[in-house]
Design a binder for this molecule. Structure first.
Ligand code: SP5
Ligand code: ZN
Length: 345
């Protein structure tokens, strides 16, 4: 399987996130992608750097205003105080119901709140370059599929599926899966499917395509009544307008077993096959692993091979995009099991 990897991900290295009111080391750390890269390379998959520029497609997925903010966010933060180089900015105010989000505040932290869904997406000096490299990988993956590759694996971080058209959230800044899907549509695909198997609902991906029928979005995830991101991902969210029927959520209770998870995967694959996609984008979160420190599903290493094999049976050119998965040491082998399961499936 072709692997796309850029070392620029390492520049996204915030130190802390908030957890139970305390600052704790970030779960979403650079070693994650290093382990995945090493494991895939170690199993003989060829690695290349993303060769295409995502600038045009990015603007079809995300709002100009948001991209402009994100690209210069770190320099805006430094301009406030040069000592901010060693500090992380966090939002503290959000425009929830009744507040206005149409007027961009002059205050940086207020702008950060405007463009965030949570306080869980810390920025660092290299965040934009890392996120942009992820989008470049997504577009490059679409290009490789167009040229006839059967499958491509984007070893990208930060992840993307919580990022909406104009906001960051859940460690995500640019929605790489959405960028891959949008890029595929510009390369002769008329129908694309995104299958999101991350433990958390891909609220950003859902919202980006909610009123569209060309991109089917299917997600298996922890029930948002108890699991992050809480405010989206329920079973009754089916799409709207032209997109009605083109969004499928399969929420599962916290603690769900592998057997039950694979039953949901069958339902997800059945709906995906009915879409007759020209290409498939997999939002590959590996935080369904039993050893994940922030999630509660019970998949084991061998289950990731089974997942890869099942996805192969859909018979589509497939781009895998790395999302979550925080058991860093096992992340590499779990990801490589998906890739090998797909190739051998
Ligand atoms: C891409 C992705 O997987 N993003 C996940 C963002 C989750 N952020 C909130 C983390 C809340 C952790 N709650 C842990 C409970 C552990 N007992
Ligand atoms: Zn996740």
């Amino acid at each position: 399987m072709q692997i796309l990897f850029s070392p620029l991900h390492q520049g996204h290295a915030p130190a802390h996130e908030f957890f139970r009111g305390e600052r704790v080391p970030c779960f979403e750390s650079p070693v994650r992608a290093e382990f995945v890269h090493e494991a895939l390379r170690g199993r003989g998959h060829p690695v290349q750097a993303p060769g295409e520029d995502s600038a045009v497609v990015l603007r079809r997925v995300h709002d100009e205003r948001y991209l402009t903010f994100l690209e210069s966010a770190w320099s805006q933060w430094l301009a406030l105080d040069s000592a901010n180089a060693d500090r992380q900015p966090f939002p503290s105010v959000w425009p929830v119901r009744t507040l206005r989000s149409d007027v961009e505040p002059a205050n940086f932290i207020a702008r950060l709140g405007l463009y965030s869904m949570d306080n869980g997406s810390p920025l660092s000096a290299g965040t934009w370059a890392a996120a942009k490299a992820g989008a470049d990988a997504a577009v490059s993956a679409a290009g490789l599929l167009e040229q006839g590759a059967r499958s491509v694996f984007c070893v990208t971080r930060p992840p993307g599926h919580h990022a909406g058209a104009d906001f960051m959230g859940g460690y995500c800044f640019i929605n790489n899966a959405a960028v891959a899907a949008q890029s595929l549509l510009g390369r002769g695909c008329t129908r694309v499917a995104i299958l999101d198997v991350d433990y958390h609902h891909g609220n950003g991906t859902q919202s980006i395509f909610y009123e569209r029928a060309d991109v089917l979005v299917v997600s298996i995830h922890g029930d948002p009544r108890t699991e992050y991101p809480f405010y989206l991902g329920h079973a009754d969210e089916a799409g709207a307008g032209a997109g009605r029927g083109f969004n499928l959520n399969l929420p599962l209770p916290a603690g769900t077993s592998a057997d039950t998870w694979f039953d949901a995967l069958e339902a997800a694959c059945a709906r995906t096959a009915r879409h007759r996609p020209d290409a498939l984008v997999v939002s590959l979160g590996l935080d369904t692993f039993a050893g994940d420190p922030i999630s509660t599903f019970k998949l084991q290493a061998a289950d990731f091979s089974r997942l890869g094999g099942r996805l192969k049976q859909l018979g589509c050119p497939t781009a895998f995009v790395l999302e979550g998965g925080y058991a860093a040491v096992e992340l590499g082998s779990n990801a490589a099991n998906v890739a090998d399961g797909f190739e051998q499936g």
